[in-house]
Design a binder for this molecule. Sequence first.
Ligand code: GMT
Length: 375
Amino acid sequence: MKIAIVCYPTFGGSGVVATELGIALANRGHEIHFITYKQPVRLALLSENIHFHEVNVPEYPLFHYQPYELALSSKLVDMVKLHKIDLLHVHYAIPHAYAGYMAKKMLAEEGISIPMVTTLHGTDITLVGSHPFYKPAVTFSINKSDVVTSVSESLKQDTLRLFDIKRDIDVVPNFIDVTKYDHGFTDCQRSMMAHEEEKIITHISNFRKVKRISDVIKIFYEIQKEIPAKLMMVGEGPEKEPAELLCEQLGIANKVIFFGNSNEIEKILCFSDLFLLPSETESFGLAALEAMISSVPVISSNTGGIPEVNKHGVSGYLSEVGDVQDMSRNAIKILKDDKELHKFKAAAQQQALQFDINKIVPLYEAIYQKAFEMA
Ligand code: GMT
């Protein structure tokens, strides 16, 4: 099948999922065309089966806002015709589902019928999409997609609650390529990051408000009072600077390392002992899954789709959003006893195996078949 994948090419979870899905589909013999404004960060190599088409938005001084949706839908029309693409799979409703639907209608005018699958990822529904300024367009493009998937049952319920949806939504969870985390390297170079007696705590995100970055720092502050530890902060975003300031105010700046964005997530997780994800809301929590497959237990909030991934008392612990004290207590409980830590590490990896890419990608292939029947 020839599939066009539309996504954000940056470090966000939706772009990561779209890219990994495209690579996996290409390995299964499909021809994949990524259509976005930059080559996706997790797409290292193009190949016979993996193509990238850049969407250019020419600057025009009259426009206060450059019309990306227009450029994207035009590019989709051109690429579908040029490469005889069979199906559009758009990730993140805004503005991709809207632009995809316009492309579909333009192609229909020329007698070309193409099914469109929309995958909802989270903030496109829970934060941005439900804003009154976007809501009618998001509702419309969800209702007009041939098949809609959401990355968790929780996100499906949020979508049905927040929008006037007149159709089914299929749940297809995020997934993990187990082989990527099956390290060829046995030495995680832990000693470069921490002394032997220190535990390594990690947080990875795009440092947006929704991630409650100050909770991450406060939880670590409590942990390091009882257990020698270092905190690895991976990612970039608006909350990074305030977080650095908070570390200085709390006198722990020498114990916290800010990495910025990284393409070496597997290596960082390889030497981590515990992962913190205290988000306000999280449709799935791909970062938690990446930690778990690396045998890193997760201390998280009990919100959105996280409980579908992180099992309380098994792969980590869940607490109410903002309950820093409970999260700190749970973290210390896991970290202070090596036997307990090992038990949680093994269980975290076991739980993550449920989301093995080889189980999930066939679900998307079945979704594509369904889209052809619906179109
Ligand atoms: O805020 C992020 O984590 C980025 C965001 C995105 O769309 O790029 O991630 C969302 O999609 C991921 C992949 O499906 C999910 O695993 C994340 O939980 C979700 N983020 C939120 O819901 C906040």
